[in-house]
Design a binder for this molecule. Structure first.
Ligand SMILES: [Fe+2]
Length: 407
């Protein structure tokens, strides 16, 4: 029973009849049917809304393979789906077993990052240790509550839902939504939806992790290949590492879009890989090349591009590698490209490469200091080098982003 209908004093002054009773019983029956129907409708509408939201969130979560971005989106999804003020993602530190706040949204987020929870400590720690969800609508009176978090962040936690994030059967983190908006309470239905979200977050995190590992393996393999070339030439030890460092520093100072920095780093690692195909008698010669030898030496950007020809994903890196000896005025090789026809990353590597050559000892001359090298690069802006890249390079030197690396 959900209620009672009461009719008092018939308006015509007569007593109620059996007919009146039958009529009101019929109306009460009708009313309860309508109410039940409205309840069902509201429930299924809410469920449909959640399904649509979950589908959208799943698409958003899985449309990136960047680990940091997945974590950030997981938090946004938690906050939106739970209609909560704050959301956070805690991850398990594999070494110590502690939980740390990887991402926390909201203005108190940055202070939360200072907090680490031991396994079992606080509500989130309990969730991780027990591998069970928690729905707590009265946090103040929950004995698991970790009061220090509130003291540090000066944030009042009223209620929260907290679910484990599992990967390959192991708890890797905890997803948390704090304070239902509008002063409301979290429900069992919220908790169920949050569990579904945590599965989706786990899959997205796992995918991003695998992709990250794959990429790292690839970059390390590329670096090993590059190191093999470097070993052939004792005068260029550490050259690749420095060119990668200088190129990244220049890119950070480029005005406007410097493009994909990971791609730049990879191209910088591989830029001289073509030297692997050049015979030592030519490669190890420092000066006095015959025209033939010079031509062989200058074939290394093409050889490098050929080496990568069968790796489809390396198309742009090949283009950069091929063009790292082109000059802004068109007098470079192998294609004589000029100006912006040369890929930006090749223009950057070209400055970084030259700077390293000037600032390291060679058998036929001593290394130049930072100021002299900077001046020499600046002098060639507009002829050999892109003036905008030179400006970024000068800025990177002036801000201390580029120092002569001793390695
Ligand atoms: Fe080169």
């Amino acid at each position: 029973m959900i209620g009672v209908i009461e009719l008092i004093k018939k308006s015509d002054g007569n007593p109620f009849t059996a007919g009146d009773k039958a009529m009101i019983e019929f109306l009460a029956g009708r009313l309860s049917l309508d109410m039940e129907y409205a309840d069902l409708l509201a429930g299924s509408q809410r469920e449909a809304r959640h399904r649509v939201m979950q589908m959208k969130l799943s698409t958003v979560l899985n449309s990136t393979l960047d680990q940091r971005e997945v974590r950030r989106r997981a938090m946004e999804a938690a906050t939106a789906l739970m209609d909560a003020d704050v959301g956070s993602l805690l991850l398990v530190d594999e070494k110590t077993g502690d939980l740390f706040f990887e991402v926390a949204l909201g203005e108190k987020g940055s202070r939360l990052k200072e907090i680490r929870l031991k396994m079992g400590e606080g509500i989130a720690g309990w969730v991780a240790a027990k591998d069970q969800p928690a729905l707590v609508n009265d946090v103040e009176n929950d004995r698991r509550y970790f009061r220090q978090a509130g003291v540090i962040t000066k944030f009042v936690t009223r209620n929260m839902v907290c679910v484990p994030v599992r990967s390959k059967g192991k708890v890797v983190g905890v997803l948390q939504a704090i304070n239902k908006k509008g002063g409301g309470a979290f429900t069992e239905e919220d908790l169920e939806n949050f569990m579904t979200l945590s599965h989706q977050v786990a899959v997205a995190l796992e995918n991003a992790h695998l992709y990250g590992e794959l990429k790292e393996t690839f970059v390390n393999t590329a670096a090993a290949l590059a190191a093999a070339v470097e070993k052939k030439d004792p005068y260029t030890g550490g050259h690749i590492k420095r060119v990668v460092e200088y190129s990244s520093a220049i890119a950070r100072c480029i005005e406007g879009d410097a493009g994909d920095l990971e791609q730049l780093r990879l191209a910088a690692v591989l830029h001289d890989i073509g030297k692997i195909g050049i015979r030592d008698s030519v490669l190890l010669k420092q000066a006095g090349f015959t025209p033939d030898e010079l031509e062989t030496m200058r074939s290394h950007p093409l050889v490098g591009a050929d080496i990568l020809a069968h790796i489809e994903q390396m198309g742009e890196v090949r283009r950069i590698m091929r063009s790292h000896h082109e000059k802004w005025n068109g007098s470079g090789y192998p294609d004589g490209l000029a100006g912006e026809a040369i890929p930006l990353h090749a223009r950057i590597i070209s400055v970084a490469d030259a700077f390293d050559a000037i600032t390291t000892d060679r058998p036929y001359r001593k290394a130049a200091g930072l100021d002299a090298a900077k001046e020499e690069i600046r002098r060639h802006g507009g002829t050999e080098f892109d003036p905008l890249v030179v400006a970024a390079f000068v800025e990177a030197c002036e801000t201390g982003d580029i120092l002569i690396s001793k390695e």
